[in-house]
Design a protein around this ligand. Structure first.
Ligand SMILES: Cc1cc2nc3c(=O)[nH]c(=O)nc-3n(C[C@H](O)[C@H](O)[C@H](O)COP(=O)(O)OP(=O)(O)OC[C@H]3O[C@@H](n4cnc5c(N)ncnc54)[C@H](O)[C@@H]3O)c2cc1C
Length: 289
């Protein structure tokens, strides 16, 4: 059993002081939906943890705000807040599509965007959608505030670029301007309360009936969610009616293997990534028409 002292921060300053003072002996918890599972399983990552710092009540770290060119998601913003937000519904629907398929009502009520990103699971649903949206994250330490793109921040499976004295305070999501279409897909072992076997976010502009500025991001197909740039290049500029779904599906599988090599899961994942892309593109084409 892991033994630790529970601490609660009432302000950002207080939390940052604790991180400086306790260094690698302290871990943070917000909604707890990942952290409590790790504690229960006595995860190796928690070795040496003497303190658990609850950051869930820190004022100013929650909420969803329109900042003109981008949307600010407070790190403590929950999945259900994203689903219920009128602003997200109007401007960034793919975030709602992704949040809606996370866990269960209870998980969506507790789980936060900051927790989803910092846990850095390759299957994290919001991460896949946020990378497609070219989101960035803001990290605050006692003396410095820095911002970096989400794709730079997630450095590997369950690994991030966060320093031990930093707290993620917000996620900045640039608005997509003009005729963009968004589609989120998730394959799981069962219909409810299931982690993605593979997920996919597709965002594309449709200009003169052609795909333009398409972003194709798969989660759980590669060690971290990432853009499939070769496929994007192949789709950009293609007329909607001329898209060759079968060829694209095949190329998607090949691009994945280019990143991962042949693995035990390849016979399953190779056709599935292709089929998911076909499904997302067909949904978008249907919506355009
Ligand atoms: C039954 C079940 C089903 C689930 N289903 C899904 C699913 O379908 N899709 C999915 O993506 N996830 C799923 N999850 C995982 C989890 O619910 C999400 O990842 C959730 O968003 C985590 O948020 P949290 O606030 O609970 O994180 P916590 O457990 O509180 O924290 C997770 C990690 O992030 C760190 N952290 C949290 N906030 C910050 C911050 N502001 N700054 C720096 N570090 C921070 C913590 O220290 C910890 O390391 C599921 C979990 C369970 C238990």
């Amino acid at each position: 059993m892991i033994e630790f002292e529970a601490l609660k921060a009432n302000s950002l300053d207080e939390a940052l002081d604790v991180l400086v003072e306790k260094k690698d002996k302290v871990k943070m918890v917000s909604g707890g939906t990942d952290m409590l599972v790790q504690i229960h399983h006595e995860s190796e990552d928690l070795k040496g943890m003497n303190f658990l710092l609850d950051i869930s009540s820190i004022p100013g770290l929650g909420g969803i705000e329109d900042k003109g060119k981008y949307m600010k998601l407070g790190a403590l913003c929950t999945h259900n807040e994203i689903i219920d937000s009128q602003l997200v519904n109007e401007k960034l629907q793919i975030l709602q599509q992704a949040a809606q398929v996370i866990g269960s009502t209870q998980i969506r009520n507790r789980g936060t965007v900051g927790g989803n990103i910092n846990n850095a699971s390759p299957a994290a649903d919001l991460v896949t959608a946020l990378i497609a949206l070219e989101a960035s994250v803001v990290l605050q330490s006692k003396h410095e505030k820095r911002e970096l793109s989400l794709s730079e921040f997630v450095t590997g499976p369950y690994c991030t670029d966060r320093n031990e004295d930093e707290i993620m305070t917000e996620v900045k999501v640039p608005y997509i301007q003009g005729e963009y279409f968004e589609n989120y897909q998730k394959v799981k072992r069962r219909q409810a309360v299931a982690i993605a076997r593979i997920n996919l976010a597709v965002i594309t502009k449709i200009k003169n009936n052609r795909f333009d500025d398409i972003r194709v991001v798969f989660g759980s197909a590669t060690p971290t969610a990432m853009r499939f740039r070769d496929i994007e290049k192949k789709i950009n500029g293609t007329e909607l009616a001329e898209i060759n779904y079968e060829k694209l599906a095949q190329k998607t599988g090949q691009e994945m293997i280019g990143f991962t090599g042949e693995r035990w899961s390849t016979p399953y994942k190779k056709p599935v990534v292709g089929n998911l892309l076909k499904r997302a593109l067909r949904n978008i084409v249907k919506e355009v028409q």
